[in-house]
Design a protein around this ligand. Sequence first.
Ligand SMILES: [Ca+2]
Ligand SMILES: [Ca+2]
Ligand SMILES: [Ca+2]
Length: 129
Amino acid sequence: MKKKMQFAGIALVLTTLSAAAFAHGGRGKMDTNGDGKVTLAEAQAGAKQKFERMDKNKNGVVTKDELSGKRARYLEKADTNKDGKVTLAEAQAKAQTWFQKLDTNKDGVLTKEEFHAGHHGKKDDKRTS
Ligand SMILES: [Ca+2]
Ligand SMILES: [Ca+2]
Ligand SMILES: [Ca+2]
């Protein structure tokens, strides 16, 4: 229970992105070549797939009415220009931010360890842009 709460904050941002990344034998995992690592390209490909799934009417943007419940938060997070829509570019930018955050040694590859560590990440939001 406690763990779930702790997860919530980060999980909201990562939501299905993270779940998909290293899903154990699940569908749509980002690690497309199965080597236990996720590259930025794989992460972005995953983001694109996810985006296309969310874009129910296939008009190239994900709007609030296409997202329900907790997914509405995704829109808040990913909609960087705050126009109420998430474009693929925004979704991929989001994925990139997420990726870079977890890629602690900055080698452009996300290992399971880094991924795992990211989930235990502290909330230090030191980076200001
Ligand atoms: Ca749409
Ligand atoms: Ca937008
Ligand atoms: Ca790395």
